[in-house]
Write a protein that binds this ligand. Structure first.
Ligand code: FAD
Length: 467
């Protein structure tokens, strides 16, 4: 009997739990529900939506190789998902619906509504925990609660990881052709607002696999020593692929296992450090399930809801435009706006600058990031922002406030990254690029919009006012 696989942020045929389980039961029909209004309402911008569309088109090609037709439906909002999926199931005599679960609150509610509708209609439905090694909630502290601190979470993750848990799901063999054609996909029209260069971020699982292989071959072993330097390509640049499931965490971890003598927790320091980041990714996926208030614009640490955030439109605008007068902060913000991606070190530096130095509500920064990021992903973005703002799980202690100039001399010592993104300063000797004097800046580059020391004290006062 026919099976329906609903693809969402799992745009691949390799190692896909829902697809593998469905194909084992019968011939597969695939569906994608395109809901741009809902995604925009959630804050995603054109960079991610474009990458998503290109990913669906690559998925369609992969599915065609398996003779699996891909149905494509436009829905405005998630509310329509149960009705549309039921209609498809009835029209095509579907026995069972399969999908890989998504964890942020609205996605989880949508999925539950679909499950309820199918069960009421007497149709079978299965949701799989595919994007994480452990189903959120299945990894708990000795007291039975969700972990709220990363290190013990990571320890438990490594310790409890069972043998078969990272086993790859085989892609199904080509099936006999069904009397059903794929729907045409809307043309992806290049829009002006899209900053992401298609050559830099080709979509689809082949591109992702290729990038993973190149990372492991050339860079992974240097990851620990190079990952913090934005001028280098020291990280994998796989985040957009992981966010939309063009690549799975299992594929990444299996690749590490085979490079690292079969272990994840010890061995090559670069590989081990990289695994740790994949565990961070999973940690935040568990957090959104354990503490759904973070999906409702609430801080994880509830008492920080009372922080006296400043209204400062001019400061916010300067931050968005990369004109704060702190060259490393500005370089990071300009990289984000111009390319749709920002290096992790700079995400931390810029997020802390907004939430601490400018004392502007981190939620404004979270939304700005999500709008621009090609890898925008609720759990990681929210987790990263709440970390920087010291409102979250395992957050930076509020009194540890990065000095943006020190970060600059440490992580962009030669001012190379600054010269790339802040060309107004490129003519200066490299040491002068971190904090140019008035004379060096001239009219071309702004003076710092806040003084580090004063801003730091202001942030400390704000946090102390919570006591
Ligand atoms: P690598 O260093 O190669 O890491 C491998 C993978 O691990 C990444 O692709 C990503 O999937 C995961 N990962 C790495 N670091 C983290 C982390 N701190 N938290 C969760 N997952 C991680 N990551 C996103 O994928 N989407 C976001 O929207 C996002 N927003 C962020 C916002 C802020 C304020 C901060 C501080 C971090 C954010 N991150 C986000 C995490 C991190 O910056 C990016 O995952 C990373 O820069 C992507 O580059 P990479 O693929 O080269 O990472």
């Amino acid at each position: 009997a026919r099976q329906l696989v609903w693809f969402r942020s799992d745009l691949r045929i390799h190692d896909n739990s829902a697809l593998a389980a469905a194909a084992a039961k019968g011939p597969v029909v695939a569906v994608f529900l395109h809901s741009p209004e809902q995604w925009r309402a959630h804050g995603h911008g054109p960079n991610k939506l474009d990458f998503w569309a290109r990913g669906v088109s690559a998925l369609k090609q992969s599915l065609e190789g398996l003779n699996i037709p891909l149905l494509y439906c436009d829905i405005d909002t998630y509310d329509q998902a149960p009705r549309v999926l039921l209609e498809i199931a009835r029209r095509h005599s579907i026995e069972r619906l399969h999908f890989n679960r998504e964890y942020p609150l609205n996605e989880a509610r949508r999925d539950q509504a679909v499950i309820d509708a199918f069960e009421q209609a007497g149709l079978a439905v299965d949701g799989y925990h595919d994007s994480v090694a452990f189903a959120p909630g299945s990894l708990r502290t000795g007291k039975g609660s969700f972990y709220t601190v990363f290190t013990p979470f990571a320890k438990a993750w490594h310790k409890q990881l069972g043998d078969g848990q990272l086993e790859l799901r085989d892609p199904p063999p080509p099936q006999a052709r069904l009397p059903l054609a794929s729907d045409p996909l809307p043309a992806v029209s290049p829009q002006q607002e899209i900053a992401v260069a298609i050559d830099s971020w080709p979509a689809g699982e082949d591109a992702a696999a290729d990038r993973l292989a190149r990372f492991l071959r050339f860079r992974a072993r240097h990851y620990r020593t190079q990952r913090d330097f934005p001028a280098l390509h020291g990280t994998s640049e796989l985040s957009p692929y992981l966010a939309l499931g063009m690549l799975s965490h299992r594929q990444c971890l299996q690749a590490v296992l085979s490079e690292n003598g079969g272990t994840l927790a010890e061995g090559d320091a670069g590989l081990v450090a990289w695994v740790n980041e994949l565990v961070w990714r999973e940690f935040y996926q568990h957090i959104v399930v354990g503490f759904p208030r973070v999906c409702r614009y609430q801080p994880f640490q509830e008492h920080t809801g009372a922080l006296p955030w400043r209204d400062d439109e001019a400061g916010f605008k300067a931050w968005c435009e990369g004109r704060t007068g702190y060259p490393l902060v500005d370089a990071g913000m300009r990289q984000l706006v111009a390319t749709g991606w920002m290096h992790n070190r700079l995400r931390m530096v810029t997020a802390m600058f907004l939430s601490k130095h400018l004392l502007i509500d981190w939620r404004r920064g979270e939304a700005f990031f999500l709008h621009h990021q090609v890898d925008g992903e609720f759990a990681a973005n929210n987790g990263g922002w709440q970390w920087a703002a010291s409102t979250g799980t395992d957050a930076a202690p509020y009194f540890r406030i990065f000095n943006p100039t020190t970060q600059s001399t440490r992580f962009d010592g030669d001012g190379e990254f600054i010269a790339r993104w802040v060309p107004e300063l490129a003519h200066l000797p490299s040491k002068a690029r971190h904090a140019p004097t008035a004379e060096q800046r001239g009219d071309a580059y702004p003076a710092p919009i806040v003084d580090h020391k004063a801003a730091r004290l202001r942030a400390l006062e704000a946090f102390k006012s919570l006591d």
